[in-house]
Ligand binder design. Structure first.
Ligand code: FPP
Length: 265
């Protein structure tokens, strides 16, 4: 299926220059540094409208653009989106093809605008099963936006939290075998080497995890990085996730008392 042919060519920008009532409505001192999102519910959104699932994913892309724009305006440092999990490869081939076509389309179509708004893009996940075309587009997007200083946007494609941990564990084992570090070294040093080899190495841990679509599970997303995240679940199906939903999530987060395993003050 040629996904690109089914997209409108007259999309307007999601980045606004209007006075920013959204950003002004937020408690700046209590914003998360890193938000991770499981964007669930595209299929159900489409089914409820008697539309094919692929249309649900296309509308999901619009919600992605909207959230990137809102996170930029709120000056959130890092946003990680779960676009395609290691497990999603087992979906019907036509759905995998439609999703891959949509990613390629979005990479070609949205990159200049994201770059113009100083978004810095990185992809996390196992690139090996991806097509050469998508891999090339990913590298181009990363190179084009490498020196941007705005929102750090991490897109998880062919990603699994267990895959990430296993990869970092292997790297740590190699460092031990090469004598760079010893197993009886300070655990903090071992942890540092391990974390430097996770796909999120240079980014802070997740503060706020958002999952749309009503399910209350983590689904093999950033397992290590979510250790102390606040978990926010909403019944809203992903294509409908808008400014009001995002503000609700941020306000809920701002009211949380975070103790990181310690005691109340
Ligand atoms: C889950 O909904 C969503 C996905 C597997 C794909 C996420 C993809 C997008 C949001 C589209 C575009 C993304 C980018 C980065 C351009 P589901 O299909 O499992 O929905 P269901 O649970 O209702 O069936």
């Amino acid at each position: 299926m040629n996904v690109s042919s089914s997209h409108s060519t007259t999309e307007s920008s999601d980045f606004t220059t209007a006075p920013d009532s959204f950003a002004l409505s937020l408690d700046r001192g209590r914003l998360p540094r890193h938000i991770a999102v499981v964007m669930d519910g595209n299929g159900r959104w489409a089914k409820a409208r008697h539309l094919p699932r692929s249309i649900g994913h296309q509308r999901g892309r619009r919600a992605v653009r909207r959230l990137i724009e809102l996170a930029s305006r709120a000056q959130i440092p890092v946003l990680t989106l779960f676009a395609f999990s290691s497990e999603n490869w087992s979906r019907p081939p036509e759905e995998v093809e439609a999703l891959m076509g949509l990613f390629a389309y979005a990479l070609e179509r949205d990159m200049d605008e994201l770059h113009a708004h100083a978004v810095r893009i990185r992809f996390i996940g196992d690139r090996e099963p991806l097509s050469a075309r998508i891999r090339t587009l990913m590298i181009q997007a990363e190179q084009q936006t490498e020196y941007n200083t705005g929102l750090n946007l991490l897109i998880a494609v062919s990603y699994g939290g267990q895959w990430d941990i296993l990869h970092a564990a292997k790297q740590l084992a190699s460092a031990v075998l090469e004598g760079v570090i010893r197993l009886d070294d300070d655990p903090a040093a071992l942890r540092l080497v391990f974390e430097q080899n996770l796909s999120t190495a240079t980014y802070p841990p997740v503060d706020l995890f958002i999952r749309t679509g009503g399910e209350q599970r983590v689904s093999n997303f950033l397992l290590w990085q979510l250790a102390y995240a606040e978990l926010y679940f909403t019944d809203c199906l992903w294509p409908g996730f808008d400014e009001a939903h995002f503000r609700d999530a941020l306000q809920w987060y701002a009211a949380r008392e975070r103790r990181f395993g310690g005691l109340d003050e």
